[in-house]
Design a protein around this ligand. Structure first.
Ligand code: FDA
Length: 307
């Protein structure tokens, strides 16, 4: 129930303007978001890439205007140019939400998002890095995977995200476990109905392990996106059993979450990538992060009343 309320709040204009205009919210937002400007994102990237890898997300989703979608594409192209100029492209890639590129526009949304994603992939190829396409709610999975398949014709390194909470995901893992295929496996962050998703935490974790096994025993490159210590340990064990060395997969975590563990894994010589979100459109991302942990909500509420 709490998760449903949080996801509803992440889409509410009223809640958005309330939170965005609260100066006291800023320090808590800063924990999860690298900043509003590209210079903030670059500063975080320089710092993190001392011992870790990075994937940068120019925040935005559910774009309703073509001009906004085009601006998002330009923001990524410019970011990728800067990553190359600053010598950061070997350690930093980008993550993209198709709804930020116009997928939900009323006319030709899929086509517009595909064109935008293609332009971003071209810029990434010139910079010498990669792109991973984020996954949004379950109604978007078929369209997203179809766009990823089209992109992979010219850019075989394009990564896809799969969500273990969806009942269909084992099948998608099997489809996407082919040679060269980069797949980021996460638990899933949206409020999904029981008809399509496991709602019980234990069921989601069990699905995560089944998906991990498929990806690790496949021919692609698994990206293990979780902060869950138990699943991290299982991933390392399954990788070992599947005969994968440290270069054969990577761990991924979000900016500001379990940073000590990120450093510990990197210090052990494991590949560890941090997802770094930045930009002015931080509200829905931030609210999803708040909702993942009741302690975050309590912390936020205390900060708002100044205690
Ligand atoms: P779980 O939620 O069980 O958390 C395990 C532990 O991690 C917690 O006990 C806590 O210690 C810590 N933790 C987790 N979240 C926290 C938070 N918000 N604040 C503080 N501590 C926290 N989802 C999606 O639907 N589509 C996508 O494209 C992506 N992309 C993505 C990329 C990367 C790199 C990551 C790491 C995650 C995503 N996600 C995502 C989000 C993902 O689906 C999921 O919501 C979060 O990662 C939280 O789930 P965990 O696997 O960490 O487990």
């Amino acid at each position: 129930m709490l998760r449903s309320a949080i996801i509803a709040a992440s889409r509410s204009r009223k809640c958005r303007s309330l939170v965005e205009n609260l100066p006291l919210a800023r320090p808590i937002v800063d924990r999860f978001v690298a900043g509003e400007r590209v210079t903030d994102a670059l500063a975080a990237t320089r710092e993190l890439t001392r011992d870790r890898l990075v994937t940068l997300d120019h925040l935005g989703e559910d774009t309703q205007e073509r001009v906004q979608a085009d601006a998002a594409v330009e923001a990524y192209r410019s970011l990728l140019g800067t990553l190359a100029d600053e010598g950061l492209a070997a350690k930093a890639e980008v993550s993209v939400k198709l709804s930020a590129l116009g997928r939900t526009l009323p006319r030709d949304g899929d086509k517009i998002a595909l064109e935008g994603a293609r332009a971003i992939c071209e810029a990434a190829a010139s910079a010498g890095t990669t792109v991973t396409v984020d996954m949004e709610d379950h109604t978007t999975v078929d369209a997203t995977l179809s766009i990823v398949r089209e992109l992979r014709v010219d850019f075989p390194w394009v990564g896809a995200v799969l969500q273990a909470y969806l009942r269909r995901t084992e099948g998608d893992c099997a489809d996407l476990a082919g040679p060269g295929s980069r797949v980021r496996l996460c638990k899933g962050a949206y409020d999904e109905p029981a008809s399509v998703a496991y709602r019980d935490r234990a069921d989601v974790d069990a699905s995560y392990v089944r998906c991990l096994k498929i990806l690790m025993h496949g021919d692609g490159y698994p990206m293990v996106a979780t902060h869950d210590p138990r699943l991290i340990a299982i991933a390392q064990d399954v990788a070992l059993r599947a005969g994968r060395g440290r270069e054969g997969y990577e761990h991924q975590m979000l900016f500001g979450i379990r940073a000590d563990e990120q450093q510990r894994l990197a210090a052990r010589g494991l590949r560890m990538r941090v997802y770094v979100p930045y930009g002015g459109e931080w509200y829905p991302y931030f609210v999803r992060r708040l909702g993942e942990r009741p302690a975050n909500l309590a912390f936020f509420a205390r900060a708002l009343v100044g205690r």
